[in-house]
Design a protein. Structure first.
Length: 330
């Protein structure tokens, strides 16, 4: 189905549970120099993720959109193989990127560079520190951040914010895509394409496809998820027709057309989507710490002092107007 294109005004005064890891990788992928080199300080430390977190979250707050960043907890065993495969592909992309740069093929190099992003534990912890200094709520999920964000969207916050459609498999009532994306994106042909913020509602997806949430999970498993490889030879249309023929997981898995190639037990994959480890949380905005923001961005990573100080004022104004606006109803 086609996602609904929306404006930031449609999210006014809404709280969004953002899949933090998904978003950090997005920043690392797209915030780069022309040849694909990520932003770095003079010591060679990558700063693209910090730039994205600081400037783009201020943009959201100025639009009266309240992000809550949900970070991954313990990695499920199901994801080990997929994570190893992603690591291998990143290393291959990095090698190709370096070669293309040396050959002067800048456009091709940039494309490979976006696939080579690496997020370290130190970068994750520093991201949490910056968000806390900005007064933005941080939630530590027991397992998958995406599952926690989906859980929070069912009554706690307005929507889960992610680029990954697996959010719907985890039962997100509503998800928002391209929340922190650039307004335009470079295509393979070198042209600029406009990027819209999108809203997807689970109920509407199920209604349009005429399936249950359980069947949606089966369909996702056929196509491939973060926890299993897809079934070769089955595309979206064939997969949809197939899941509609079954009313139980048992009969679905017994279908001879479902030749399961993944090492993961399909019943365990299904159960993880239906009942993932999550917890009840209450997100809250803390106090802004301009000193800590300056310490991280200016002193440690050499961001422009003038620009950072200017945006700190914008941040203070955005949160101040939000708090006074809510206070007027108390």
């Amino acid at each position: 189905m086609e996602p609904e294109k929306i404006e930031f005004s449609d999210l006014n005064d809404r709280e969004i549970a953002v899949d933090a890891m998904n978003t950090l990788y997005q920043f690392l992928s797209i915030i780069r120099q022309r040849d694909g080199t990520p932003l770095k300080d003079s010591d060679g430390n990558v700063t693209s993720h910090l730039s994205g977190l600081f400037y783009r979250n201020i943009n959201l707050l100025e639009e009266n959109i309240r992000p809550v960043y949900v970070f991954d907890g313990q990695m499920p065993d199901l994801k080990q193989k997929e994570t190893s495969e992603r690591r291998r592909k990143r290393e291959e992309a990095r090698e190709e990127w370096e070669k293309l740069k040396q050959d002067g093929k800048i456009s091709e190099a940039y494309s490979k560079a976006t696939q080579s992003s690496k997020l370290t534990g130190e970068m994750i912890e520093e991201s949490k520190e910056l968000l806390d200094a900005m007064g933005i709520s941080v939630v530590q999920a027991p397992s998958e951040g995406e599952a926690q964000a989906a859980y929070m969207s069912n009554g706690g916050v307005y929507a889960a914010g992610s680029q990954d459609w697996d959010c719907l498999l985890f039962g997100a009532e509503r998800m928002v895509r391209n929340l922190t994306s650039r307004k335009t994106r470079k295509t393979s042909s070198g042209q600029r394409k406009k990027v819209f913020t999108e809203r997807i509602e689970l109920e509407k997806v199920l209604e349009e496809l005429d399936i249950s949430r359980e069947q949606l999970v089966w369909l996702g498993m056929l196509m491939g998820t973060d926890f299993n490889e897809g079934v070769h030879g089955i595309g979206p249309k064939k997969g949809l027709d197939l899941v509609k023929e079954h009313d139980s997981l048992e009969s679905f898995l017994e279908d001879e057309r479902v030749e399961w190639q993944s090492d993961a037990d399909p019943e365990i994959v299904y159960e993880f989507f239906i009942n993932p480890p999550v917890k009840d949380v209450e997100s809250s905005y803390g106090e802004i710490s301009p000193e800590k923001i300056r310490e991280i961005l200016i002193e440690k990573h050499e961001f422009s002092a003038n620009r950072v100080n200017s945006k700190i004022k914008d941040l203070e104004k955005a949160l101040s107007s939000r708090q006074s606006g809510l206070g007027s109803f108390m």
